[in-house]
Design a binder for this molecule. Structure first.
Ligand code: SF4
Ligand code: MSK
Length: 648
């Protein structure tokens, strides 16, 4: 049975059907089994911080209104939210730390399989960070850059500040200073957040939430930004590159290896190993026509952006890649990897291999990846995959014939480059009304939302209304599968955006990278605000996360709002159990940071909110402005829409 309700992606629907035929349970089946989900959890009013609990608050006022310790709904909700933000910040920032350590090992010649791909960027970073460059070798400059960025993790006070906060305009930094929101050190904010959520420490919802903003800012403007910048230095700064996306990139006659997770170290090395003559010969020996390395989620995006490696799909497609029966090895690192992949891979011939010292999966093969054994481990993994080709059960193989050409690799540098090396044409386009502004649409998939429907409906509506979209993570993958990342997609954009895209030769949706690369969006809007001599909250920009699910997404949305970008969430966060917390996040916070959260599960209405916000900001920013009418969107529903390019 084809369950059209779960996804708008044909390749996924075909695999859902196959999973039903083969009696395989997937994320949607498990979601159904969880229904109805716990209301206390959904409202955020349960607490198990100590063993006097677990406690829960009665949302109707008939039962307990405090936990055993006396914590109110306000405190419990705010504390739970802060824990999510701290976890998300920790995940992104630990990724950044790993890159800072690798970078120092490279420049100190302790990581022989790695090298610096973009030494120009090291120089730019050094100048930006105030590091002397005259008469110094690039190696010496690189050691200082790496050391100073690594210090940002352990910094203890705001004095001196985290290095990349100077990318924000002065007006924004003033707001952060006034509200005591400037993070001290990345680790310090995460640790302090965990301390504050311990029983009997911070028992004021506003205080907890402001610490949440400070922690999230340490993620966006520091941990994630360090990850992005050093990834560029080590592996190369992305430039526009063409490839293909969706399950159809798997090849029936080749050894298929999927790299999944978020870090590049292993995926980069596997891409190299798959081109090794010896291993290609071995593949030929088992009857394969070659070795096909493909990506999944953000590890996939990283190698797509730098090498044009094809990408299999986004978060909710990971199980379906294995269900094709054509994957010899699924190699994972960290974050967003479903534990279900281990038993699932045993139903097929897929070898599931974990590689990170911090991410073990019971029942998986573990080949730990270290800088010192990078090449050997990658070669070993490719060898295992090649040998596994013989075990493929031909009768189980079914690869959906759906894949789409796409363009990725829009770093901040390449976007500014596309505009001729200056933001002036973009500013002019906004001022004269050729486009209204810019939307950052990001985030995951969530089985609570029809797969990719939220992403595509929202993004299509924005571009129809002449809003340039910048995208990352699973949203970018959804857009790629739909053809929205091709230059021809400008055809469905509003006339102004269409003409701008044609002039510059860009798609209406720009793929800026992985989850940590949301920091590229911050860098971009920081530069735009400086150009216009205004605060970020004055810009005609908005954020959207229509299908978000992870703690990292909570942190991302919080640092966007904390940076002055109002953001619309498509999935209700677990905060509605406290009217005060909800009121603060949805309204009052704007009075402090100039931006707020909105929650709107209907992606068309979410688009409406973002468009209105952007137009309001645009008209306030420029005088003598031609006010643009909004395309009527309420009369049109996504179900009436044809998918732009179902396959090509
Ligand atoms: Fe209950 Fe308070 Fe302990 Fe939470 S911290 S479990 S509300 S007693
Ligand atoms: S992978 S955090 S599901 S975007 Fe970065 Fe996708 Fe969300 Fe993971």
């Amino acid at each position: 049975m084809r369950d059209e309700k779960v996804s708008v992606c044909d390749a996924t629907l075909q695999m859902v059907e196959k999973s039903h035929e083969e009696g395989i349970e997937t994320v949607w089946d498990r979601y159904q089994k969880q229904l109805p989900q716990c209301n206390y959890g959904m409202l955020g009013i349960c607490c198990r911080n100590c063993t006097m609990g677990p406690c829960r608050i009665d949302p109707f006022g008939n039962g307990p209104q405090t936990g055993v310790c006396g914590a109110t709904a306000d405190v419990i909700v705010a504390r739970n939210l802060l824990t999510q933000i701290a976890t998300g910040t920790a995940a992104h920032s630990d990724h950044g730390r790993a890159l800072a350590i690798l970078f120092l090992n490279i420049v100190n010649k302790k990581a022989p399989s790695f090298y610096m791909s973009d030494s120009k960027k090291v120089l730019y970073l050094a100048i930006e960070m105030g590091i002397p460059v005259e008469n110094r070798s690039i190696e010496k400059i690189a050691v200082t850059v790496g050391t100073k960025l690594l210090e940002d993790f352990g910094r203890q006070n705001a004095h001196g500040g985290l290095h990349f906060f100077n990318r924000a305009p002065e007006k924004r930094v003033e707001i952060w200073k006034r509200l005591n929101l400037l993070p001290r050190g990345i680790d310090r904010e995460v640790v302090e957040s965990m301390h504050r959520t311990h029983i009997g420490v911070d028992n004021d919802a506003a205080s907890l939430l402001f610490q949440g903003i400070r922690t999230a800012l340490a993620d966006g403007w520091a941990g994630s930004m360090i990850a992005t910048e050093l990834s560029d230095v080590i592996y190369g700064t992305p430039t526009p590159v063409k490839t293909r996306v969706n399950l159809g990139v798997l090849k029936e006659d080749m050894v298929n290896i999927i790299v999944h997770g978020h870090e590049l170290m292993i995926s980069e090395m596997i891409v190299q190993a798959a081109n090794d003559r010896r291993l290609l010969g071995r593949a030929e020996g088992v009857g394969a026509k070659g070795i096909n390395v493909c990506g999944m989620c953000c590890s996939g995006i990283e190698i797509l952006s730098r090498h044009g490696v094809p990408l299999v799909g986004n978060f909710l497609q990971q199980e379906f890649a294995i269900i094709t029966g054509a994957v010899e090895a699924m190699v994972v690192d960290v974050q967003c990897i479903l534990p279900s992949l281990v038993p699932l891979s045993k139903c097929y011939h897929t070898q599931f291999i974990t590689t990170s010292s911090i991410a073990h999966f019971t029942g998986a093969m573990h080949l730990e990846f270290k800088e010192s054994n990078a090449w050997e481990t990658a070669s070993k993994i490719v060898e295992i995959a090649v040998d596994n080709f013989k075990r493929r059960k031909r009768e189980q193989v079914c690869i959906p014939q759906h894949s789409m050409e796409t363009i990725g690799g829009f770093s901040t540098e390449s976007i500014i480059g596309a505009f001729g090396g200056t933001l002036t044409p973009l500013v002019n386009a906004i001022e004269c009304g050729q486009i209204r502004g810019i939307a950052g649409v990001v985030g995951c998939n969530n089985p609570k939302i029809r797969h990719d429907h939220g992403h595509l409906t929202l993004v299509r509506e924005l571009i129809r209304n002449n809003i340039l979209v910048v995208s990352t993570g699973c949203n970018a993958i959804a857009c790629a599968k739909d053809g929205l990342l091709k230059t021809d997609a400008a055809e469905i954009a509003g006339d102004g955006l269409k003409s701008l895209c044609r002039e510059i030769g860009i798609p209406p949706v720009l793929h800026m990278g992985s989850c940590v690369d949301n920091s590229r969006i911050l860098t971009f809007i920081g530069a735009l605000a400086k150009k216009l001599n205004c605060d970020i909250s004055d810009l005609p920009v908005a954020g959207g996360a229509p299908e978000w699910m992870s703690q990292k997404a909570v942190s991302i949305a919080t640092y966007l709002v904390g940076s002055g970008v109002s953001t619309v969430l498509g999935v209700v966060p677990p905060v509605l159990g406290s009217a005060n917390v909800a009121e603060l996040l949805l309204n009052k916070i704007e009075g402090f940071v100039g931006a707020k959260f909105s929650v709107e599960p209907d992606p068309l209405k979410a688009a409406c909110l973002m468009i209105e916000h952007i137009e309001k900001k645009r008209s306030a920013l420029f005088s003598d402005l031609k006010i643009l009418e909004m395309e009527t969107i309420t009369s049109r529903r996504q179900d009436e829409d044809e998918l732009l390019f179902t396959n090509d």
